[in-house]
Write a protein that binds this ligand. Structure first.
Ligand SMILES: O=C(O)CCC(=O)C(=O)O
Ligand SMILES: [Fe+2]
Length: 334
């Protein structure tokens, strides 16, 4: 999830080339790098062979370690679900301002429940289920990639504290696009959770990821794929081995852009214990991470990033029976 205050990291290793499978080759003036496109069908097909799963898990692992971003194709989410969500978002954003403000994050601390007259994006149950399904498939691939049992992460995700966000970037003039201080895009940040599953409209040259050479690389939509990126929490879970790559969004000239990030997170009460399987990596890079309760991690990120928030409850009360969330979604629902 984006921080409102941008954060950057120094000293990133260069993204490496040469991952197996299809590759989307993207160039910038100072470097060439790739965001791999990975076929996730072995984790969709219940009859897939173990060797096809292992191969796919290796590709996913490689991308998470070296790039922090990957496209997935044959991911098991029906295209009509993805397109339907974009259509809902478009319909919502074209509503009168006064209607949209009813559910403004500034007007309430918890998302409204599905009440009479609810605007279209709140009927998002099917989308949420599809994204949680995809998130679980990816976590199975990550488990195998770490050399763990395929269902290692399952107990941490059965009450995922997911968050769905609909974003519209208003169109800008060429001058405003040049001026990053216009505030109309999304500033450089890394996502603070585990996995972000991004559904974007057809606009190009908007989302950019920063490689270790500091070059901004466009991550344009590829039909039939979803873009996945690793967040800070999963990076920490992997003892820093997975990259939580900084990214940003430039506003589009003359045309609004819609994007729908789905933040697939563990249960709020998950104690994230950095994986011993990655300790060698952590030692070699001079940093061993400590365990953290996901609720504590989330609370500290959210309160740092959203200045309008009042001091939030303690972690212990957050993990209790009633959860409030600032992003309009919470857990305990599936
Ligand atoms: O709109 C996008 O393409 C990305 C948004 C994003 O990075 C975020 O919400 O964390
Ligand atoms: Fe982000």
């Amino acid at each position: 999830m984006p921080g409102i205050s941008a954060k950057s990291r120094a000293g990133w290793r260069s993204w490496q080339l040469g991952i197996k499978g299809t590759v989307c080759r993207l160039s910038s003036s100072s470097s060439t790098t790739t965001i791999p496109v990975i076929d996730l069908s072995p984790f969709v097909d219940p009859h897939a062979s173990e060797s096809s799963k292992t191969q796919c898990a290796e590709a996913v692992h490689h991308a998470a370690v070296n790039v922090g971003f990957l496209y997935v194709k044959n991911h098991g989410v029906d295209p009509s679900i993805m397109d339907g969500a974009l259509a809902h978002a478009r319909a919502f954003f074209s509503l009168p301002q006064v209607v949209k403000e009813e559910i403004s994050i500034l007007n309430q601390y918890q998302a409204p429940s599905n009440k009479e007259g609810t605007t279209p994006p709140l009927s998002c149950r099917g989308y949420q289920k599809a994204m949680c399904g995809l998130g679980n498939r990816l976590m199975r691939a990550f488990s195998l990639g770490f050399g763990l049992p395929e269902n290692y992460f399952a107990p941490f995700y059965h009450r995922s504290f997911w968050c769905l966000r609909l974003i519209r970037y208003p169109p800008v003039s060429p001058q405003e696009r040049e001026s990053l201080s216009s505030g109309l895009g999304c500033g450089e940040h890394s996502d603070y959770g585990c996995l972000t599953l991004l559904n974007m409209d057809e606009s190009t040259q908007a989302l950019q990821a920063r490689n270790t050479q500091g070059a901004w690389i466009f991550a344009d939509p590829i039909p039939g794929t979803l873009l996945v990126n690793i967040g800070d929490m999963l990076s920490r879970w992997s003892n820093g081995k997975f990259k939580s790559t900084p990214h940003r969004v430039l506003p589009a000239v003359g045309k609004a852009r819609i994007s729908i990030p789905f933040f697939f997170e563990p249960n709020l009460d998950t104690l994230v214990v950095p994986l011993p399987e990655c300790e060698n990596y952590a030692r070699a890079h001079g940093k061993i991470y400590s365990s953290v309760l996901f609720a504590d991690h989330l609370r500290s990120k959210v309160t740092n990033n959203f200045s309008f928030l009042e001091p939030s409850p303690t972690a212990t009360s957050l993990t209790g029976s009633k959860v409030h969330t600032v992003d309009g979604k919470g857990s305990e629902r599936h």
